[in-house]
Design a protein around this ligand. Sequence first.
Ligand SMILES: [Fe+2]
Length: 220
Amino acid sequence: MRKDISQFVKKVSLNGYSKIDGFLNYEEVKELENNTNTAFKKAKKNFYHTNTNFVKVLSVNEEQSEKIRYFKFLNQFFIDTNIKNFVDEYFKSTETEISKIFLAESSNNGTKVDVLPYKMHFDKTRYLKFMIYLKDVFAGDGGVTFAKAEWNTKLQKDLLMRESLKEENVVEVNNLDHIEEIMGPAGTAAVFDTNITHKAGQVLSNNKRLVLRIDTRIKI
Ligand SMILES: [Fe+2]
């Protein structure tokens, strides 16, 4: 890859997340979109993390991206020095890894729900995630949402005082000025630390959402 993303490390360290415009260019996105659609068609059942009428998720590790024909297009991310340097610098460690890559297609199931992961929350297990949109995401298309830095800190402190940490910790946010939904054309990415308050986006439009997500962490 392509775009120099090193300048965004600081922003993610300060705010917990950053939008990166043009993380992938048009040609890169088109190729990934085609390969992702092929992977959904060809993948064996055991690679499916979720497979319903409205949500399909495939998860792939590095070894699988080396060995399985229809996942080979993902290997470029596992060995990408641009991403590796970003993650190392963020965690201030060279002992980092891409644990998995997820391919996710979601569409509107007709009901708006108010359950995790569609509620604002933060995670106990810490990952730095790259969420890359392979189709345009605008209003109603289910962009990922984050609490802005100044609120995130306060919200987390309040919650930490009240109860011990669970795997996913729900935070009530009533003021929309305190949050930001990441929207943008295909190729836009959101990079975020799962310890920032966030929520997954629900697709409420008639557009299909297609996302490639790279999960990274300090090696365990
Ligand atoms: Fe989460």
